[in-house]
Design a binder for this molecule. Sequence first.
Ligand code: KG4
Ligand code: ZN
Length: 340
Amino acid sequence: MYNPNMLILGIETSCDEPPVAIVEDGIHEIASVLASSADFSIETGGIVPEVAARKQLEFIIPVISKTLEQSHLENSQIDAIAVTVGPGLIGSLIVGVESAKALSFACNKPLIAVNHLIGHIYGNFVDSKKAVEFPALVLVVSGGHTDLVLMKGHGNFEYIGGTLDDAAGETFDKTARLLGISPYYGGAALSKVASECKESNPILKLPRPIMHSNNFDFSFSGLKTAVRTVALAKKFSFELIAKEFEEAIVEVLVFKTIKAAKKYDAKSILLGGGVSANRRLREVIEQESEKNGFNLHVPPLKLCADSAVYIASAGFFNQNKLELKDIQPNPSLGIADEIK
Ligand code: KG4
Ligand code: ZN
């Protein structure tokens, strides 16, 4: 008979979709269910926090039930529950954390608090063929965050740098809206337009903000303003602007990641977050990692976006032993902040 090891049920409600998953020993996906609200957010032109929280509330229990059903497991066979405590939208986080606490109490299973940004990193550990060698230099690029961290081992993260203003995903989204490509979460749509552009024009050169600064921070708000200025001048097609924009942002992200990996003697480079699905970013970081002798790990596409699979995985590898009353949502949790 199949004899599973540690089974963790992960709950991720940092934004507007309630994914739930079950993962064995942090590395094998057993079941995963997501109630998508993308259509809803397109209607409203973006995420409305209050609406997102109400959607979470509506879907969380059915999605938990469906995940258990998909896994063919009983509640009693789950060993622990892992839940995102932040960062994210406060209303949505409350729904996930309170549901997880109720489940933990009712089933008498431990609850593990997970940082959503650390969760993104564990997209590289689930059903992966290559083991990650430490220390690893990690670039987390999501809709709300852009961070570089040194991962010395599980539960051992050092913040190296991050964005001073807009996150990479936010910059993609705002630029996609500005260029009329997509009103909501337009990173992937902008990237598609950029990849299909056959034009080249050496005159159009957007800035690579603070690329040569002597730290590992980023700043993308000026890049967005430069795109607006170029778009208003109407000298270049929006496809060409999208292509040069993508080149600029990817060049800065990869340049600083490789520089940090060299400085901290990293053995591997890891990507995480929604923007790690970007085809051009994956291509350039692969070339540069190979050239500089780093083992590169990128999450499979389905684990770039928000997922409960890697929340369960992060829970397995970072098992904190907090009491239920001490587990609270924290919308502004940073990547290297201790969960208190
Ligand atoms: O990590 P994520 O799913 O949500 C947050 O935790 O924020 O990231 C979502 C972000 C959005 O800004 C979305 O436009 C961006 O990831 N994104 C992309 C691509 N796919 C998703 N950006 C650029 N290229 C893509 N292919
Ligand atoms: Zn995310």
